[in-house]
Design a protein around this ligand. Structure first.
Ligand code: XIL
Length: 299
């Protein structure tokens, strides 16, 4: 194929990008989006603060803009994210205990129901584990509602949209030898053994000098896949965008039968949340970088 999406599709995969609703009026941006990608993830528009800014009052306009743009052009949508310690609206940040647990489950149910049938895979829970060597759960208001909050969120999501793949998504889970990776692995293994409805694991893959790509990434992907879940590269960006590293990530995904696809976290460097790292496949004028050629060649 001559585009990322078409080439990935030939291998039974997708190639996606994060999309910001505010950029859909930028013609340079949408030209690249519509030409190259066949999956989109709303960058912020499906987060809790965006979709339930006041408790019980849901707001879907920006998310729907992205969903409609994508689906009308045959692109699939990854939903991101239903339950997370970050980007909570103020009302939720100040909640705790059983009231928070109910509010979180209601949020999962409402949002997954609203987009039922339109989202191929949901990041049901995002970033629930601590960094470092402890392997512990991250301390958060959600975690303090009880250790079973993650499985409760997955069960609510399954009930609301039985057709969507339900993913756990995290960062710094790329290196197979790290405690955080092993902790997530153990949770997924436990969920599979007890019948908790989980279908996939997302690896954000924000690579930089502090948390670099390592060659055991492929082992990580294949080890999770062996538990009976799909794996997806969900938020890829790489400091400096070295072509060889981009190529390795794509090759690693293609080497694992259950790796469904790769999503980069933005289109042009100027669209990136880490723009100063110039971590993406297109420069700020929308021109293809060397990393783009490497990814296309690997697909
Ligand atoms: C980032 C967005 O890119 C920024 O626009 C926003 O200000 C903060 O969140 N992990 C995730 C994503 O799961 O939701 C984050 O996205 C990047 C890190």
């Amino acid at each position: 194929g001559t585009t990322l999406g078409a080439s990935a599709a030939e291998k039974g995969r997708y190639f996606g990008t994060a999309v910001a609703a505010s950029r859909l009026s930028d013609g340079n941006y949408t030209t690249i989006l519509n030409r190259e990608f066949n999956s989109v993830t709303p960058e912020n528009e499906m987060k809790i603060d965006a979709t339930e800014p006041q408790q019980g009052r849901f707001s879907y306009g920006a998310a729907e803009q992205i969903v409609n743009h994508a689906r009308s052009r045959g692109m699939s949508v990854r939903g991101h994210t239903l339950a997370w310690h970050s980007q909570q609206p103020p009302w939720m940040e100040s909640m705790s205990g059983s009231a928070l647990r109910s509010a979180m489950l209601n949020h999962v149910t409402q949002v997954a129901t609203h987009f039922r049938g339109q989202v191929v895979a949901w990041d049901v829970v995002n970033e629930a584990f601590e960094d470092g060597t402890s392997g512990a759960r991250r301390n958060s208001n959600l975690q303090r509602t009880g250790n079973d909050w993650i499985e409760a969120a997955f069960r609510a999501a399954r009930a609301a949209d039985p057709g969507a793949k339900l993913c756990y998504n995290d960062y710094n889970t790329d290196n197979w030898t790290h405690a955080k990776t092993q902790a997530v692995y153990n949770m997924v293994r436990d969920f599979k053994s007890r019948g908790v409805p989980i279908d996939c694991v997302g690896f954000q893959s924000h690579f930089n000098n502090d948390s670099p790509y390592v060659s055991n990434y492929r082992t990580t992907l294949s080890s999770f896949a062996a538990l009976g879940v799909d794996v997806q590269v969900t938020e890829l960006d790489i400091q400096g965008a070295p072509a060889a590293t981009y190529r390795s990530v794509v090759e690693d995904c293609l080497a694992v039968a259950r790796c469904n696809g790769v999503t980069v976290w933005g289109i042009r460097d100027s669209d990136s949340w880490r723009a100063s790292q110039t971590p993406l496949l297109f420069n700020s004028s929308g021109q293809k970088k060397a990393a783009y050629d490497a990814v296309l060649a690997a697909l």
